[in-house]
Design a protein around this ligand. Structure first.
Ligand SMILES: Nc1ncnc2c1ncn2[C@@H]1O[C@H](COP(=O)(O)OP(=O)(O)O)[C@@H](O)[C@H]1O
Ligand SMILES: [Mg+2]
Length: 390
């Protein structure tokens, strides 16, 4: 291999340094045009050339658009167009995939000089293809008005730039596609929740009609209970699709909205909802909402037979400490008459339907259900396992 003259060696070393710096920028870039602009600036610098441009291929018009560049008249970038046929140097590089050097454009028989280049008095040009796994993106071109020689070794430098740009474009497009897919998925989940809620409202309506059609008080009561529970599930779904993110649902917002709905059904009672802002996944929000619904409905029905009173719903983030695993502490309390004597809501087999549901939801949430008996009223609490989304 012939030894490089010191000047040539210095140029190659500088080109290597510029290329490796650009590699870092290309990996980090989140926007295409600023990256292309940066590529053209650094490429011109490394080539010690006056002009550089990044051309994007427009297949419908079969032309190349100058989408970034240095040295060109101010209005060229973003508007100037170059033919993508084989008779233009850039078109040749694009269509054949081969790099092109032309050191004497005016004497060329292979190519005509595109208008943009003639207007700027360009004498020599070097073109490489920008490609990736999605196909050919376009061409990276360096030009100069001065006498001189572009060489084979310059191609390696420019192709390095073009490859980095091609890879960055592929990555950015893949990220954009993923983002769109996630957004669509989220939209569908929301739409599903909305539809589930509407369908359940229809079911609740049927149960109401059936209850009205029956003469038997027990049947009426059972159907009314079934209706309330179906409505509760519907309400939870109604809350779900309104949340900003389905991945992580804010317990505070979610429970406050649920309590506001329950309050509407019992205007004489006072529902106090104190929930810390903690995120939980939708899978937990559904049993949590139903659990609260069941206990608050009971308190509304039974706690204050003589009148009205307060019903408190609290959620605290207990955090992990020595021995305890952390998670959430949830409680539903009232200051009413309290549970009937000898009533054990956790004795699952003998328990009434409402309590069986409460116990089963507690298990889903990571229970166990605790009932405080040292003060008046009914006090239910539960520690929810720390499986929360961040
Ligand atoms: N907050 C409460 N205060 C007083 N009694 C309650 C309370 N919650 C539940 N109970 C009692 O527990 C019983 C069982 O409740 P539950 O299983 O939900 O059945 P239901 O609501 O269908 O009566 C109720 O009938 C009621 O006597
Ligand atoms: Mg009940």
């Amino acid at each position: 291999m012939p030894e490089l003259a010191p000047k040539a060696l210095a140029i190659r070393l500088r080109q290597q340094a510029i290329l490796s710096d650009f590699g870092v920028e290309a990996l980090r870039a989140t926007e295409l045009l600023p990256l292309l602009q940066r590529a053209t600036e650094l490429c011109a610098e490394g080539m010690e050339a006056q002009f550089c441009k990044a051309l994007e291929y427009k297949p419908y018009q079969d032309c190349l658009l100058v989408c970034a560049g240095v040295g060109w008249a101010a209005d060229a970038v973003g508007t100037a167009i170059i033919g993508a046929d084989l008779a233009s140097p850039a078109g040749y590089a694009l269509k054949t995939g081969r790099p092109v050097i032309s050191n004497h454009l005016q004497d060329e028989t292979r190519f005509r000089t595109p208008k943009l280049m003639a207007d700027h008095g360009i004498r020599r040009a070097i073109n490489v293809l920008i490609a990736n796994r999605d196909g050919n993106y376009g061409v990276l071109e360096v030009d100069d008005t001065r006498e001189g020689q572009f060489e084979e070794a310059d191609i390696a430098f420019m192709q390095g730039f073009a490859n980095l740009v091609g890879g960055a474009i592929e990555r950015q497009r893949a990220e954009a596609r993923l983002k769109a897919a996630v957004e669509r998925q989220e939209l569908l989940s929301r739409e599903m929740s909305h539809r589930v809620k509407n369908s359940l409202a229809v079911v609740a309506g049927f149960l109401g009609l059936q209850a009205r059609g029956s003469d038997n008080e027990d049947v009426k009561a059972a159907l009314a209970d079934a209706r309330t529970r179906v409505e509760a599930v519907a309400q939870v779904h109604d809350q779900l699709w309104r949340q900003p993110s389905l991945e992580a649902i804010d317990v505070a917002g979610f429970l406050e909205a649920l309590c506001a709905r329950l309050q509407e059904s019992a205007p004489h009672h006072t529902l106090v909802c104190r929930a810390q802002t903690v995120n939980i996944p939708a899978d937990l929000a559904i049993p949590l909402g139903l659990f609260v619904n069941e206990l608050v409905t009971n308190a509304i029905k039974y706690a204050y037979p003589e009148g009205a009173g307060e019903i408190r719903i609290t959620v605290r983030d207990v955090g992990a400490d020595d021995g305890a695993a952390g998670g959430l502490h949830l409680s539903v309390c009232d200051d009413g008459v309290g549970l009937p004597d000898g009533f054990d809501p956790t004795a699952a087999r003998r328990a009434s339907l409402g309590m069986r549901i409460v116990n089963s939801l507690a298990r889903q949430l990571g229970g166990p259900l605790e009932i405080a008996t040292d003060r008046p009223g009914a006090h239910f609490s539960l520690r929810i396992a720390p499986t929360m989304a961040d």
